[in-house]
Design a protein around this ligand. Structure first.
Ligand SMILES: [Fe+2]
Ligand SMILES: [Fe+2]
Length: 166
């Protein structure tokens, strides 16, 4: 089975984009559906952010110093998303700001994933060998097993705190 790091991350992105589309198409009054979708979005983003923060970004930063600036920008974009996720996790669909906050989360994460896919992944693929990408992917699959699934879990909170205080 291929464990190519970029293939794995793109698969995650595809799943996240599908949830975003479902939310956008859910219809004005589908409050319960939207609440369930936001729960799924928060889970998918928490796991995905964790494996990028813990494995992909630090490893690529070490192996390819040229992409340092991209990695730093990505950490900042993750941080903005983390804050929105934390706030959404504490809200229900009855909240006046629920819909607006989800829309801003979707817009900002979509921008971030577009940049990763169009700009960053090609640089990483050009800079790293097949074998290195397979090894990175295998490490991410391992990390996924212990990844937090909710923004409020200690290991997810820790990355938010690190991002603010580091
Ligand atoms: Fe990312
Ligand atoms: Fe990503």
């Amino acid at each position: 089975m291929s464990t190519d790091a970029i293939v794995l991350l793109k698969d995650d992105h595809k799943e996240i984009r599908k949830l975003f589309r479902d939310f956008a198409n859910a219809g004005e009054n589908a409050k319960k559906t939207k609440e369930r979708l936001v729960e799924k979005i928060l889970e998918a983003l928490t796991v995905h952010t964790y494996i990028e923060n813990e494995v992909m970004y630090p490893e690529v930063r070490k192996l390819l110093p040229d992409v340092e600036d991209d990695v730093l920008e990505s950490y900042e974009e993750h941080h903005v998303a983390d804050v929105l996720c934390m706030e959404l996790a504490a809200m229900s669909s009855k909240d006046e700001r629920f819909e607006a906050k989800t829309t801003v989360l979707i817009e900002s994460v979509t921008h971030h994933m577009d940049e990763e896919e169009q700009d960053w992944f090609p640089k990483v693929r050009a800079g790293l060998g097949r074998k290195q990408l397979q090894e990175l992917g295998a490490k991410m699959l391992e990390a996924k097993k212990k990844a937090p699934r909710k923004p409020s879990q200690p290991s997810a909170l820790k990355k938010t705190v690190d991002a603010v205080l580091a």
